[in-house]
Design a protein around this ligand. Structure first.
Ligand code: FES
Length: 166
């Protein structure tokens, strides 16, 4: 039994084509990203399915999935907001932005709102330290200079968006 759609496997095939045939493991990150995009998060079954498709040991895929914080091995909300809390951001209102979001959403880091809409996590440096506070929505949409006003506008926008608007 396969867990992903045909379209997802075709996308993985395109990633595999970028590497030599004996290096299928090199497509692991791309394949996991595709799987997560489709399933919302990476269950053990999904990770095993990706490993089987790539023809690599499941533990190798599991290690990648659990090492990088852009991969979610537990269910997350429709919108996962990762706030950079590394030092340069922390020194420039990064913590304040995190506190603002915690208060507004009524959740802490690592938690999801009861309606399943928002998850809040601490993120690592996103390479935009000069534009702190920085956050990223669903691993794809980078938001910079997140003052209280901009955070409010972002939440307002996401609250009126049906699905993944990242
Ligand atoms: S420390 Fe936050 S983006 Fe670099």
């Amino acid at each position: 039994m396969t867990l992903l759609s045909d379209q997802a496997y075709r996308r993985i095939d395109r990633e595999l084509a970028k590497f030599p045939a004996e290096q299928r493991i090199s497509a692991t990150m791309a394949a996991l990203a595709i799987a997560q995009e489709e399933k919302g998060w990476l269950s053990t079954e999904t990770i095993e399915d990706v490993a089987k498709y790539l023809g690599v040991p499941p533990i190798a895929v599991q290690e990648v999935a659990t090492f990088y914080n852009m991969f979610d091995t537990k269910p997350v909300g429709t919108f996962k907001i990762s706030v950079c809390t590394n030092l340069p951001c922390a020194l420039r209102d990064g913590e304040k932005a995190g506190e603002y979001l915690k208060k507004k959403l009524g959740i802490g880091y690592g938690e999801t709102t009861a309606d399943g809409r928002f998850s809040l996590v601490e993120g690592e440096c996103m390479g935009a330290c000069g534009d702190a506070p920085v956050l990223i929505v669903n691993n794809r949409r980078m938001c910079v200079q997140m003052s209280d006003e901009r955070l409010e506008a972002l939440l307002g926008e996401l609250n009126t968006t049906a699905g993944d608007a990242s």
